[in-house]
Design a protein around this ligand. Structure first.
Ligand code: FE
Length: 201
């Protein structure tokens, strides 16, 4: 069985100006689709065919690693977004307050990591043991390859924001963090409930 492009869990016009339909058409319809197609081409006829996406990522390097990790990262990213502004569930909010001081301090730190990340990559909130941590990974690299527990990501490749924000990565990150995060999904990832959805189990 080959991997498929997951459908977006909302309409491509649902975010208005925050994330435009044109961005979804390119980012989901072209970029994410291309990663899926290239991953399928690379695993076809090999001993990786039929493996879970996370297993392909962990057992690969070079082009296949990059494409399969990008399939996973993007699948996870779409699930992190919500067109309706959400409150942070109480269990996640108390963890954020315990580890970062306050929601505002968490957002400041996450934004600094996302904006400061040089060139292409992904900003992540992960669970490391019992602690929440903010980190970023370069290019296609994924927490799946490092046994980190991902809770939230924001794609900071230019293709994620250039059509809507041009080079203003800080505006894109702030807009998403303040208005468009699916905090219920993020909270579910504390116990791993949401993560497997990106793995095409
Ligand atoms: Fe992307």
């Amino acid at each position: 069985m080959s991997f498929t492009l997951p459908e977006l869990p909302y309409s491509k016009t649902a975010f208005g100006d925050l994330i435009s339909e044109a961005t979804f058409n390119y980012h989901h319809g072209k970029h994410h689709q291309a990663y899926v197609t290239k991953t399928n081409e690379a695993v076809e006829g090999t001993d990786k065919a039929g493996k879970k996406l996370s297993e392909v990522i962990k057992s690969s390097e070079g082009g296949l690693f990059n494409n399969s990790a990008q399939v996973w990262n993007h699948s996870f990213y779409w699930l992190c977004l919500s067109p309706e502004k959400q409150e942070i569930p109480a269990n996640l909010k108390s963890r954020i307050e315990a580890d970062f001081g306050s929601v505002e301090k968490f957002k400041e730190k996450f934004k600094a990591e996302a904006v400061g990340h040089f060139a292409s990559g992904w900003a992540w909130l992960v669970l490391n043991g019992d602690k929440l941590e903010i980190t970023s990974l370069h290019d296609a690299d994924s927490p799946v390859a490092h046994d980190m527990k991902p809770l939230l990501t924001i794609d900071v490749w230019e293709h994620a924001y250039y059509l809507d924000y041009q080079n203003a990565r800080p505006d894109y990150v702030s807009a998403l963090l303040d208005n468009a995060i699916n905090w219920e999904f993020v909270a579910k990832n504390l116990d791993g409930e949401g993560v497997s959805r990106a793995d095409q189990d």
